[in-house]
Design a protein. Structure first.
Length: 150
């Protein structure tokens, strides 16, 4: 196996994993959009939003930790930090670097929710950035196919 086909197989696996994660994210997003943002939530509604935030985190992790790194390796570029990767993706016209940074920030807020007084504070941002995350993922797929990385 040559190194190029190894990267191609890894990217294909990451894309498949990401597709499955996006489907679950979309499912949770539809449920939470139907509930809407409000001051008080029932336990069932909180459970739905907890699922959404968890799926947002998982999807953004697969994207930022697996797919972005895999693309950079396949392109034989160097971008050691997340900020370097975000800036490179903007240069490659895949995604806006600030959107990627905000997606990452929201993911980090979710992961450190115990520091927040009220987890519901993050729900609106997650709903807003789900669409941006999914758009970034679609742009990335177009790029990967155009560059024949898989």
């Amino acid at each position: 196996m040559n190194i190029g086909s190894f990267f191609s197989e890894e990217l294909a696996e990451d894309l498949n994993r990401l597709d499955r994660s996006v489907e679950m994210l979309k499912y949770s997003l539809r449920q939470c959009q139907a509930i809407g943002i409000k001051k008080d939530y029932s336990l069932e509604e909180l459970d739905r939003f907890e699922s959404l935030t968890s799926r947002f985190s998982r999807t953004s992790d697969i994207y930022t930790q697996k797919l972005m790194k895999g693309i950079i390796l396949a392109l034989r570029e160097e971008a050691d930090t997340f900020i370097d990767r975000a800036n490179l993706f903007e240069k490659l016209e895949i995604a806006n670097a600030e959107d990627l940074k905000l997606i990452r920030d929201i993911r980090n807020e979710i992961s450190h929710e115990y520091k927040m007084n009220d987890i519901t504070e993050i729900f609106n941002a997650v709903i807003e950035y789900c669409d941006k995350l999914m758009k970034v993922i679609e742009n990335t797929k177009v790029f990967v196919l155009a560059k024949k990385l898989v």
